[in-house]
Design a protein around this ligand. Sequence first.
Ligand SMILES: Cc1cc2nc3c(=O)[nH]c(=O)nc-3n(C[C@H](O)[C@H](O)[C@H](O)COP(=O)(O)OP(=O)(O)OC[C@H]3O[C@@H](n4cnc5c(N)ncnc54)[C@H](O)[C@@H]3O)c2cc1C
Length: 432
Amino acid sequence: MTAALGTPALGSGDPVVVVGGGVVGLCTAYYLAAAGLPVEVVERRGLGSGASRGNAGWVCLSHSTPVPAPGVVRFALRSLGRPDSPLYLRPLPDPAFVRWLWRFWRSSTPDAFRRGYTAIAELNRTTFDLFDGLRAAGVETTLTRPGMVHAFLSAAEARRHLAVQREMADGRYPLPDAVTTGDDARLLDDALSSGVRAAYLVAGEGVVDPEAFAQGLGEALTASGVKVHEHAEVTGFRSPAGRVTGLRTTQGDIPCAAVVIAAGMRSSRLLSDLGQPLPLQAGKGYSFSVDLDPAPRHTLYFGERRAVASPIGTTTRIGGTMELSGNNNRLDWRRVVAVALASRHYLGPWFDDPDDLVTLIRDPWVGGRPFLPDGLPVIDRVPGHDNAFAATGHGMLGVTLGPVTGHRLAEFIRTGRRPEALGPFRFGRLRG
Ligand SMILES: Cc1cc2nc3c(=O)[nH]c(=O)nc-3n(C[C@H](O)[C@H](O)[C@H](O)COP(=O)(O)OP(=O)(O)OC[C@H]3O[C@@H](n4cnc5c(N)ncnc54)[C@H](O)[C@@H]3O)c2cc1C
């Protein structure tokens, strides 16, 4: 195939089939359909029911950070046996897990961190423009841009955090010159408690209601003629001679001109069928909803405890923790309590006794952020297949990066030329 001709078979009349109805798959389907291609989506449960459901909904530029940051492994090791730690590592006797940790550690050098940050920040440049475009096209994105308050219990930690952010942002988005300290810090958001001794606002940062956003994308797809198969699981592929010609699903076979695997944590299994398994691990996170008075008006980042709060609809969603304990969706109530306790340092005593949480909170949720060991997603053609593509591994940033991923990948599929911004997100970087 020559690059200029685009992905082969696109003119065959068969659809491009997107596997996975999470935010990444839905956005990719949207931009493929917007380019005039026939598209189908296959989702094993309901749209937006995976990691794209209970997350914090942040759409932000100021957290373009890949998780393997310098010092993170030391931090993780200190969490051993401490399930209340913000980053909790439960070692598993699984060679794939150990290999993943080894590569994670190797990726946490200052140079690798900076390269990863730059790659994500560059990809992220057009994120808000794309959200504006989706809204202009009638997609119910639910995006608002109240700004994000970074809150800290110690002024020194706040200053350190802002200094690192300033250096990494490198002028790509506006940051304040200084942190607000002392009693004035809590004036940045009415919900903050007197325990907050320093804070700063990053103006313009956004938030969506993740469930409503997925629903809005689903409705836009249906309206534009995309066939959406819910409760249909892809179980394999027909792929003679390096080209995928069809998918086997629990509801029958679907012929395809091309396929995009955007199946979150389950992408690895599907990619194994195409000879390219990915070393994905779940970075499990927890969230729940609660009615607070006063409720936060901004998205809040609780610096020392690495927890967050988001105004979502009429309620507040509190979330956090990064748990490396294998690829499962088991909800550990101790982690829910840990997130709630962490938030009390910043929001004040919104509950007295952890036992009261059962009645105070709604929708306790656990989700697996799909993580590759270097913390960056793969957005690429699947090696060895000229019409198979993958978009997964978005870790903490799938909602933020969903539109830009879909937009760039649709361009790649349509033209056959990899957009420059996708260079750092190739399969090839994970070899070795
Ligand atoms: C606590 C928490 C808070 C977070 N907060 C934020 C945030 O504020 N901002 C942000 O940008 N990101 C956030 N994230 C990360 C974000 O949620 C993920 O990066 C994102 O949802 C990943 O989307 P996805 O489409 O890749 O995966 P998913 O949403 O998991 O979608 C994959 C879909 O594929 C389907 N599927 C799997 N296998 C098959 C198959 N064989 N056949 C058919 N369908 C299949 C699944 O059912 C699923 O619906 C957070 C995550 C957590 C856990």
